[in-house]
Design a binder for this molecule. Structure first.
Ligand code: PEP
Ligand code: MN
Length: 263
């Protein structure tokens, strides 16, 4: 179903007033984790001012260590909804457990399935039973074929509103957090009609190369970019090193916009 052979026209997904996968490319930004109303609101206000339509924020965090901050759970989703409604932004948050989906879709506009859960087939099937758009991340070491099959798990259950997002893969390279696989963008666009985004933050883990990587992704045909933004990254409860503060985000966004690649 996800193959372009089966559907030559690109899928366009409408989220609130924003179209994903159409002629325009979009920016998705927000904190790694929703930590408080105040923190999320500060980012939401900056997105509104910049004209960024989609706010991301993790509420159920799949942390490497069980002793690290695990997220605010449903309260985090409620904060996202409050801020989204306040500024007219669509919202995205990761769901890690099929049992949370029904409640979650009351609060968020897009369900994120994270890299660690790309192979969680019961979660994929459950997301496929909803009628809420899904942002599916590429697994930590998933091939293109595995990635597209994961998307197929969702759409085969009737939820055709799936967006793919390249977020870097594991390689031997240590100077970036993951290796951004730019070639994934034109391959996925060719093989599938689904929208393709690139998460420049998790793929690189480096604030100093976000703008050139975002431009490269857009030049390669990406339908959107995701970036992490926090009002005070130094005290962030997750991914403190890689999040942009608000002035850094504004600079990043205008740099990408001025390139003319963000349409
Ligand atoms: C995230 O986007 O917050 C996240 C945890 O990313 P990934 O699943 O790509 O590691
Ligand atoms: Mn993060």
């Amino acid at each position: 179903i996800v193959s372009r052979k089966n559907q030559p026209d690109s899928t366009v997904i409408k989220v609130k007033d924003t179209l994903v996968g159409g002629k325009a490319s979009i920016m998705v930004a927000g904190p790694c984790s929703v930590e408080s109303y105040q923190q999320t609101r500060e980012v939401g206000a900056a997105l509104k001012e910049a004209g960024v339509p989609i706010l991301r924020g993790g509420a159920f965090k799949p942390r490497t260590s069980p002793y690290d901050f695990q997220g605010l759970g449903v309260e985090g989703l409620q904060i996202l909804k409050r801020v989204g409604d306040e500024f007219g932004l669509a919202t995205i948050s990761e769901i890690v457990d099929p049992r949370h989906l029904e409640e979650a879709v009351q609060y968020i506009d897009i369900i994120q399935i994270g890299a660690r859960n790309m192979h969680n087939f019961e979660l994929l099937k459950a997301a496929g039973e909803t009628r809420t758009p899904v942002l599916l991340k590429r697994g930590l070491s998933a091939t293109m074929e595995e990635f597209l099959h994961a998307a197929e798990y969702i759409v085969s259950r009737g939820n055709t509103q799936v967006m793919l997002i390249e977020r870097g893969i594991r390689t031997y390279e240590k100077w970036t957090r993951n290796t951004l696989d730019i070639s994934a963008v034109p391959i996925l666009k060719r093989e599938s009609h689904l929208p393709v985004l690139v998460d420049v933050t998790h793929s690189t883990g480096r604030k100093d190369i976000l703008a050139p990587c975002a431009k490269a992704a857009l030049a390669a045909g990406a339908d959107g970019i995701m970036v992490e933004v926090h009002p005070n990254p130094a005290v962030a409860l997750s991914d403190a090193q890689q999040q942009l503060n608000i002035p850094e985000f504004q600079k990043f966004f205008s740099d990408v916009k001025e390139s003319g690649l963000l349409k």
